[in-house]
Design a protein around this ligand. Sequence first.
Ligand code: BDR
Ligand code: CA
Length: 311
Amino acid sequence: TNPAIIDCDPGHDDALAVLLAVADPRIDLLGVTTVAGNQTLDKTTVNAQKILALAGASDVPVAAGCERPLVGELTVADDIHGESGLDGPDLDGPVAGTVGVHAVELMRRLIERSPEPVTLIALGPLTNVALFLRLHPDTARNVRRVVFMGGSTERGNTTPYGEFNIVTDPEAADIVLRSGLPVTMIGLNVTHRALATTRIIDEFRGLGTRVGTVCAELMTFFADAYQRNFGFAHPPVHDPVAVACVLEPAVVRSVPAPVVVELGGAYTRGATVADLHRRTGLPVNAEVAVDLDVDAFWSMLIGAVRALGMP
Ligand code: BDR
Ligand code: CA
């Protein structure tokens, strides 16, 4: 059944990733946990609740996790995701509930209870995941693998060499990458190919459903933010690529390689050093995504949003 937990900080692209996971029957979404990142924890949590309600999946348990990184202070990405973390559409209305335990505790319960190993899909800073691995190493044996959106084999988006999720909590990323679990890194080098072009946004709108309209409005806000901040013609939809790779591994091509997180560095703290040519002699600890089947990705995502129906 492919059981999975999504840990996220919605976030425009996190929202689409959750919709994809809810809609596609190839994943059994056991729960959604939230972390501070794109916005503060209270906001990312209510956003997750809104998206699940929108998707008609209020039965999926939600738990809020860490409100700050393991070390240092939180800097939110309101320049990209706005004041609410999900600016653009009107998402007022009923929201899904939360289970009232910490995200790490919900992970423990769901993973312990699962007859099959669980995939952890991490779409924000890795704070909750790292804490879970440290607190519950025995339960972590029932984790099939960790697939995270973060880092890059190239340059960054938050600092010259650092990507937002890793820069926000480098120590947490370090813990995950050293955990010994199978880890897949979905970095900017592939997610920058998943661009929500005007044609894609029109396709969302053309579905003529509430979910389709919300996706179009989210992507319109996201497009403006990426234009303003990075001069991108179209915004990269990062997080759903990690979900797509769990649904259909062939959508992403990856190579095994050593990956370490720069924890010091005068200018490079939070950079992911992916040793694709094996120059460091470091042990291979990750599958590193290097290519994306862009058309397959978009037909999966649009198909999922279509399946959520509800005019
Ligand atoms: C990542 O940072 C966040 O702003 C996005 O949601 C994504 O997870 C991209 O760098
Ligand atoms: Ca995210």
